[in-house]
Design a protein around this ligand. Structure first.
Ligand SMILES: Cc1cc2nc3c(=O)[nH]c(=O)nc-3n(C[C@H](O)[C@H](O)[C@H](O)COP(=O)(O)O)c2cc1C
Ligand SMILES: CCCCC(=O)C(=O)O
Length: 412
């Protein structure tokens, strides 16, 4: 008699049974510029690696002889039932991976009932993404621009399009040093657009004449920007002066007092304000004090401060500092369903995955993102069942043990 398999476990892409295999397929599907831009971390890449390896420090303590015939992996987020406690993190320029781009991600997320984060630097308009994602919850990742007028307009558009929250990225006062990006003189090919910049504001990444890297890009000509696909006919007011890609993303003047207050006034009550990029208990306490609705423990996938703590290692101090007052989410290095289980056992309410979605897109567009979500979802469900847990809220630190250095291995 065959052993019982969990629902969903039979539906395989035999060429791609794990996220690690997906990464390998994606590697071959992307041109070098894109692959390096997506995959690299800052400087030596040690924080990127440690984000992944941190999961290998823990083993699961499974409990047995519990009825696990009904495992419920769902988790509520923004008043919606998400199929698993995981969403797709905002990552820039998804159309570099596949022409489906952010629309493919949005449709895959909708199908899988998984929340989606949209990057400020998307290659698709936030309105089109909202439409493709339907009533599935989506959040807008925000870089708070030095031009308040521009941020104001972006926020208003997000509200109108039904975004549930803005995730203010706070780990990017300056852009981290990404050496491959610099060496490759990475640029967005001219047929793609950073779609959510107002026409004259759009950075001219990849302008044939200028051949700029993201940090150096200059102003795009309105003629080119007009192909970006705006459809609300609204005239947008633009800041003056030379505009660089870098200056849009990073704003070294940001601080708790003036900026979080301003952002709350802009967003609330229609959208929640979260901070993405918290890595210490001290900042978590400040986040609660300043009234944000939630925290994402993140080091930007190891792309900003190399040498920073792996996010799984930073998570416990943040959870302790927050004392359940607001939700604590985490991203970085999640490559298997057991990683989601471990993050939740250490106190996270929810996880986000970045690169795996890009690899899914590169592999097969929307279908590849669907596959990625199915793999993590199936693995997580199986992990819960085999660990003897039937409800997400029951995943706790009792299910984990930290092992000695000699026992650590990512590929457990
Ligand atoms: C290619 C790439 C682009 C990214 N773009 C953004 C972005 O525009 N805004 C942002 O807040 N985070 C961005 N991130 C960080 C992700 O939101 C997330 O924190 C990170 O990817 C999680 O780590 P993981 O890739 O190991 O899952 C980006 C990450 C990658 C890999
Ligand atoms: C200027 C950087 C915007 C995208 C981003 O956040 C990343 O590449 O990590």
């Amino acid at each position: 008699m065959a052993m019982k398999k969990m629902e969903g476990q039979g539906d395989h892409d035999l060429n791609c049974l794990t996220i690690d295999e997906l990464e390998k397929h994606a590697y071959n599907m992307m041109d070098k510029q894109t692959r390096d831009y997506y995959n690299e971390g800052a400087d030596s890449g040690s924080t990127l690696r440690e984000n992944i390896e941190a999961f290998g420090k823990y083993r699961i303590r499974p409990r047995v002889l519990r009825d696990v015939s009904n495992v419920d992996t769902s988790k509520d987020i923004f008043g919606h039932k998400n199929s698993i406690p995981m969403g797709v993190a905002p990552t820039a320029m998804q159309r570099l991976a596949h022409s489906d781009g952010e629309l493919g991600t949005a449709r895959a997320c909708k199908k899988a009932k998984v929340a989606m984060g949209l990057s400020s630097f998307a290659t698709t308009t936030l309105e089109d993404v909202a439409e493709a994602n339907g009533d599935n919850p989506h959040v807008l990742q925000l870089y708070l621009f030095e031009s308040r007028e521009h941020s104001h307009k972006l926020i208003q558009r997000a509200k109108k399009a039904g975004y549930k929250a803005v995730f203010l990225t706070v780990d990017t006062p300056f852009l981290g040093r990404r050496n491959l990006e610099i060496r490759n003189q990475f640029k967005l090919p001219p047929h793609f657009k950073i779609a959510n910049f107002a026409e004259d504001e759009e950075p001219a990444m990849g302008d044939e004449q200028t051949s700029n890297s993201p940090n150096q890009a200059r102003q795009r000509k309105p003629k080119e920007a007009s192909k970006a696909g705006y459809h609300d006919g609204e005239k947008r007011v633009l800041p003056t002066g030379p505009i660089t890609f870098h200056s849009h993303a990073s704003n070294p003047t940001l601080c708790w007092e003036k900026d979080i207050e301003w952002l709350k006034q802009e967003c609330c009550p229609e959208m929640e304000v979260w901070v993405k990029g918290i890595a210490t208990g001290e900042d978590a306490i400040l986040a609660v004090h300043h009234g944000v609705s939630g925290i994402v423990v993140s080091n930007h996938g190891g792309r900003q401060l190399n040498g920073a703590l792996a996010t799984l290692d930073a998570l416990p101090e943040v959870v302790e500092a927050v004392q359940g007052k607001i939700p604590v989410h985490v991203d970085g290095g999640i490559r298997h369903g057991t990683d989601i289980f471990k993050a939740l056992a250490l106190g996270a309410d929810f996880c986000w995955v970045g690169r795996p979605a890009l690899w899914g897109l590169a592999y097969k567009g929307q279908a590849g993102v669907e596959l990625m979500l199915r793999l993590l979802s199936d693995e997580f469900k199986l992990c819960m069942g085999l660990a003897g847990v039937t409800r997400v809220q029951d995943i706790s630190k009792e299910y984990l043990v930290k092992v000695s250095i000699s026992m650590r291995d990512r590929k457990v």
